[in-house]
Design a protein around this ligand. Sequence first.
Ligand SMILES: *Cc1c(COP(=O)(O)O)cnc(C)c1O
Length: 431
Amino acid sequence: MAVQTVAGNATTAPVDLGPAAALSCRECGERFELGPLFACASCFGPLEVAYDLPTGSPEELRKRIEAGPDNIWRYAPLLPVPSGVAEKPNINPGFTKLVKADNLARELGVTGGLYVKDDSGNPTHSFKDRVVAIAVEAARAFGFTTLSCSSTGNLAGAVGAAAARAGLRSCVFIPHDLEQGKVVMAAVYGGELVGIEGNYDDVNRFCSELIGDPLGEGWGFVNVNLRPYYGEGSKTLAYEICEQLGWRLPDQIVIPIASGSQLTKIDKGLQELIKLGLVEDKPYKIFGAQAEGCSPVSAAFKAGHDVVRPQKPNTIAKSLAIGNPADGPYVLDIARRTGGAVEDVTDEQVVDAIKLLARTEGIFGETAGGVTLGVTKKLIEAGVIDPTLTTVVVNTGDGLKTLDAVSATSQATATIKPSLDAFRAAGLGTA
Ligand SMILES: *Cc1c(COP(=O)(O)O)cnc(C)c1O
């Protein structure tokens, strides 16, 4: 198979992406000029953004961040975005709530502080707005006129919205059988939406072919040829969690895994904060969460393997249904290096966890949120997550997009005539 390293008709002029200095290969370290590249020309390893990070005192940088806007652009000095980014038309995601979940903590027996980072509060109701906002700036810098992606659902909506706001054309690709909420969210912003008869891995393969074809010329695929930039958006979750904890690292973080990009970049973000002196250098543990019906990384973790064997997904957690996760091996490294773990839960446990979060904290998460909280509960019960330490659970999406998961068991308690007699007969009043 030919590996595509350069794609689209990128401009060759030097680009302004702020502190981003180059792309570097995660495997062999070779450096490349900033451009729409995603695989190393020497070893085909994944490329990531390398920075000239700020050199001032931590105190100065902290003040500068705190004086910034209430969205991800407050961290612009640590992101591959041009100066003045906050003034450009973008969907400006981020700075979502970090909810201290005391009711949930009591229920789970957590005494060290339990928090939910609730990313359902983003503009299109998932964490994908963070990654897309960064990819839009890269697309602009490289002169792309069409924004595209292969998506498990949420990404398509985030790309549609961000392209609309940025004045770019969008054409996004999803598996044809997604939840109605995801399909409508992806279509409503007016771009083109294409359902592919196949699963996400088929969609992704199709997009890789399109990138190499004249049909896809001038197209920025946020999670393919713009992937190194896209991935950096997830670092903002790490920055926000620490800032919202009062510039402290949590002891334990539980993160859902689809391709694994988010998990690896949250780790990168935490490492940067330590390096910059913005938080104290102390150990933290990262835990990855999957659904049993799509658990290639969890299976590899439990078997002690370094390679991830692809699976054919079959789970209600469709936003996480990537059977061949690109960053799987790096997730395994991080879970092992930090002393964390990767675990999975059944669809039934996913539904129970969605309802647990809703019932205890008034947060309605999507199936991915159910996966993450379900795994958290399982690992607490197994004694793997320490209940006496500060723990953050990341809820990455909104339950309104995955209503089918709970609709059968979340219905009206009673339907009655508008009379007190009928209400009394239903046994719901106080008297
Ligand atoms: C995409 C997605 C994830 C995980 O994404 P990665 O590919 O692992 O970065 C998690 N939750 C939701 C709701 C998503 O849409």
